[in-house]
Design a protein around this ligand. Structure first.
Ligand code: CTP
Length: 411
């Protein structure tokens, strides 16, 4: 396959070398099109040696071969890594003032973009609008992920690992990601239970894990709906997002959407709601010195989704503070059995672990024990979970409709 690797001018440009090598080793004919500023970060000889093809950023080189359109026309796939804010803006606008711009415009090949920039830049409405435009026109966006950035800061904006960009790009062309043709619904974030019009009971979930799962499922080829409860992180592109606030709203949406091939309950659901929500703001005067809130138990959405007749796979999460590993897994096994889900992702949380933090470790359990064990960034852990889900689905095709509960099915 002929792959054009576009490189734009960010520090992550050096990582493009790894992607080029991987693509060449996999037997692809790789043509590298750097922008002028990319060549200030990585040398042309490196790119030529790795790609085994000549490299130029010049529209006016090799004019007789009509290079500015020839590459684009003949490409089977274009991958731009890193895609800087500037290059995303140019591609979204359709600018053709360099060889990368003309190549992308002259091509009908799938376009895969791996953005890399500082968090503030990534979160700018202008950048988000450009990415949305590109996704709406069919581009696949891989990452960015959370991690350390060049300035010593940490956050969302780090380029996805080159090997992951290559995997997503190849899956896009093959149309055969491990979840291609599957529908996936992921709940993320933390529900809030109103006390009065201005106050709520909530939890510390940022939604980062659920968002990473939605992105990983999208990269694996699934059609993804994210039901986001009060997310602190941006919803991923290429995913339909539905916003909810309370557990009742989340439940309604999940029951509506829950006949997907895969349903993942990654949201931190409030176990209790306030009984007797006040229509007016509660004043100190009315509340007194030792106010009491009466709580009512919320329905267990995961158990409900698992126990009702279904054909899809139901995946739950268990965030536990249990320090002892064996006890942690035992709690996970008990929870899996109690809720009736097919898979349960167990992770340890504490004041310093889990919530909003970059690194995490999870174990995925089914009725027989641990089926996956992954640690690292939320993005890589999410991919491992999606792999486990895909394996489980492959063993149990979506067409096998069943009215059995999960526990009956296992027998
Ligand atoms: N969950 C749910 N509805 C609830 C509570 C939890 O769907 N009312 C889901 C969560 O999304 C998660 C799983 O159940 O996938 C486990 O959540 P967790 O809070 O660990 O379970 P609980 O049943 O609340 O158990 P515990 O008593 O340990 O808090």
């Amino acid at each position: 396959m002929r792959v054009v690797v576009g490189i734009s001018g960010g520090i992550a440009a050096y990582k493009a070398a790894l992607a080029i090598r991987e693509l060449v080793q996999a037997g692809h004919d790789v043509h590298v099109v750097p922008t002028a500023s990319a060549l200030r970060f990585i040398g042309r000889p490196t790119l030529e040696a790795l790609s085994r093809n000549p490299v130029t950023d010049e529209v006016f080189d090799d004019v007789a071969a009509v290079r500015h359109v020839a590459l684009g026309q003949s490409a089977d796939l274009i991958v731009v890594l890193p895609a800087t804010a500037n290059t995303l803006a140019k591609l979204a606008t359709g600018l053709a003032d360099d060889l990368l711009g003309t190549t992308v415009l002259a091509s009908r090949a799938p376009l895969v973009l791996a953005p890399a920039m500082h968090t503030e830049m990534w979160e700018q409405p202008a950048v988000q609008a450009n990415v949305r435009t590109l996704v709406e026109r069919g581009a696949t966006v891989v990452g960015p992920v959370e991690g350390s950035l060049t300035g010593g800061d940490t956050g969302l904006g780090r380029m996805a690992e080159p090997t992951e960009v290559v995997a997503a790009a190849l899956a896009r062309v093959a149309g055969a990601g491990s979840l291609a043709g599957r529908s996936v619904v992921v709940s993320a974030g933390g529900t809030r239970e109103p006390i009065d019009p201005v106050r709520f009971l909530g939890n510390r979930s940022s939604g980062a894990m659920g968002v990473a799962l939605a992105s990983a499922a999208r990269d694996a080829g699934a059609t993804v709906t994210l039901v986001g409860a009060n997310l602190h992180v941006p919803a991923p592109h290429g995913v339909t997002t539905v916003e909810v606030e309370t557990t009742a709203q989340l439940r309604e949406r999940m029951l509506e959407l829950g006949d997907a091939d895969v349903v993942v309950m990654a949201a931190a659901v409030a176990d209790y709601r306030v009984d007797g929500v006040s229509d007016a703001k509660r004043t100190k005067e009315a509340w007194g010195e030792t106010p009491t809130l009466t709580l009512a138990l919320n329905p267990d959405i995961l158990a409900e989704l698992s126990r009702r007749p279904r054909s899809g796979l139901v995946v739950g999460f268990a965030a536990e503070t249990e320090a002892d590993d064996a006890a942690l897994l035992q709690r996970g096994r008990d929870k899996l059995a109690r809720k009736g889900a097919d898979l349960l992702v167990v992770n340890r949380v504490g004041h310093d672990e889990g919530f909003g933090h970059v690194d995490t470790r999870v174990r995925v359990l089914d009725g027989s024990g641990v089926v996956a064990d992954a640690a690292g960034s939320k993005a890589s852990v999410a991919r491992a979970i999606i792999d486990a889900v895909a394996q489980r689905l492959a063993a149990r095709p979506a067409s096998t409709a069943s009215s059995l509960t999960a526990s009956q099915e296992r027998q």
